[in-house]
Design a protein around this ligand. Structure first.
Ligand SMILES: NC(=O)c1ccc[n+]([C@@H]2O[C@H](COP(=O)([O-])OP(=O)(O)OC[C@H]3O[C@@H](n4cnc5c(N)ncnc54)[C@H](O)[C@@H]3O)[C@@H](O)[C@H]2O)c1
Ligand SMILES: [Zn+2]
Length: 355
């Protein structure tokens, strides 16, 4: 097992059975496990299999998917906690992807002014990204994560054993964050990741998960409340979130990782235009993302609507669009001001790659 200490808690990697041993040492009243229909079918049995201690728990089920990451579902969770007399000595275990983790953590942190919660991320995205940094929240009025707070879990237990049942598209979505971590901090790691021919066939996660988590941890610990350098993690996300929000109600909405993959291509173009990223690096990055992800042409008539979502992004101060851009692969600068027209230009660049 690998243990990574993040400010205030521990990420336990590669041995899910340790979760139950850890629980045995904790003092709590009632244990709750939050699942959606997929993690109930695929992940709960994996967790149960190593429950040799036969510890009891109450199960709370919600519907899967980003469309349910909202107040209506929070009400279902809070109602279930109340019905089972949860108190501040109770613990909520969030077994699932980033949606379950963000929303379960949000509900726990606001229930009776805060009960403890444990994250068991079951997607690649939630293991390398959502498991570190303490960000919790839900979507509202088509705005991603607009309601939420920072609060650390008691602990995180992450194991790639859960990836066996994860749809390939979801695995790829998480891989976008793995690639992002390398792009902003580690050129050698980026080069190694580019050698992977098919992420679904990857044999060992030993060299990927700890590395990716360590990169995020290093950034977050330097700037826990996102007042400065932590914004490097937003690389690809300003435009990516705009894309994600705009297509949220489309027939085939983009997954988070897919949207930020598109965002990273556009923001790499802006990095090339405004922050000295070389043309070679821009081509290499674009090629890598287009090889991995199924991305669609953006209609010129939608540019303004997408930019309106980008402008609503909470990271921008007083209307100016402040982006995190690469100066080279492995190095990223924050707060680079971009104009709407430049973003449109990046969409046009992206479209030339698609046709
Ligand atoms: N808190 C943070 O710092 C942070 C960081 C990045 C992303 N996020 C959030 O995470 C969310 C995206 O997370 P996600 O990509 O994990 O999506 P998700 O939680 O929607 O999970 C993806 C799908 O996979 C299913 N699933 C999960 N684990 C499975 C498994 N092992 N086997 C089979 N099916 C499984 C889920 O039921 C769901 O249908 C977004 O809401 C995003 O805002 C949060
Ligand atoms: Zn992300």
């Amino acid at each position: 097992m690998t243990k990574i200490h993040v400010a205030g808690y521990q990420v336990n990697l590669f041995d899910i059975s340790f979760f139950w041993k850890y629980l045995e040492q904790l003092d709590y009243s009632t244990l709750f496990i939050l699942v959606d229909e997929n993690t109930e079918a695929h992940c709960l049995p994996v967790l149960e299999k190593c429950n040799q201690q036969k510890l009891n728990y109450e199960l709370i089920q919600i519907a899967s998917g980003e469309v349910h990451k909202n107040l209506t579902t929070c009400k279902i969770i809070w109602d279930a906690l109340i019905e089972c007399n949860a108190d501040r000595q109770s613990i909520l275990v969030n077994l699932g992807g980033g949606v379950i983790g963000d929303m379960g953590g949000f509900c726990a942190s606001t229930y009776m002014r805060g009960m403890r919660f444990i994250q068991i991320p079951t997607t690649l995205l939630s293991q390398v990204d959502a498991s570190v940094g303490g960000k919790l929240g839900i979507d509202h009025q088509s705005l991603k994560n607009i309601i939420g707070l920072f609060q650390n879990p008691e602990a995180v237990f992450a194991d790639p054993i859960f990836f066996k049942t994860l749809p390939g598209k979801q695995l790829k979505s998480g891989f976008a964050e793995v690639l992002k971590h390398a792009l902003i901090k580690d050129k050698n790691h980026w080069q190694e990741l580019c050698k992977i021919s098919k992420i679904e066939n990857l044999k060992s996660w030993d060299w990927i998960l700890p590395k990716s988590i360590q990169i995020k941890k290093a950034v977050v610990e330097n700037d826990p409340l996102e007042s400065g350098h932590r914004k490097v993690l937003n690389f690809g996300h300003s435009i990516g979130h705009g894309i994600e929000s705009f297509y949220l109600n489309a027939t085939m909405p983009y997954l988070h990782g897919e949207a930020i993959a598109l965002g990273m291509i556009c923001e790499s173009y802006l990095s090339f235009k405004k922050n000295n990223l070389t043309k070679d690096s821009l081509s290499q990055i674009s090629k890598q993302f287009l090889r991995e992800f199924d991305l669609n042409h953006i209609n010129e008539s939608d540019f303004d609507k997408i930019i309106a979502f980008v402008q609503k992004d909470k990271k921008n101060k007083s209307g100016a669009l402040l982006l995190s851009l690469l100066s080279e692969i492995g190095n990223c600068q924050v707060n680079i001001e971009c104009q709407a027209d430049e973003i449109k230009e990046s969409f046009r660049y992206f479209n030339t790659l698609i046709s």
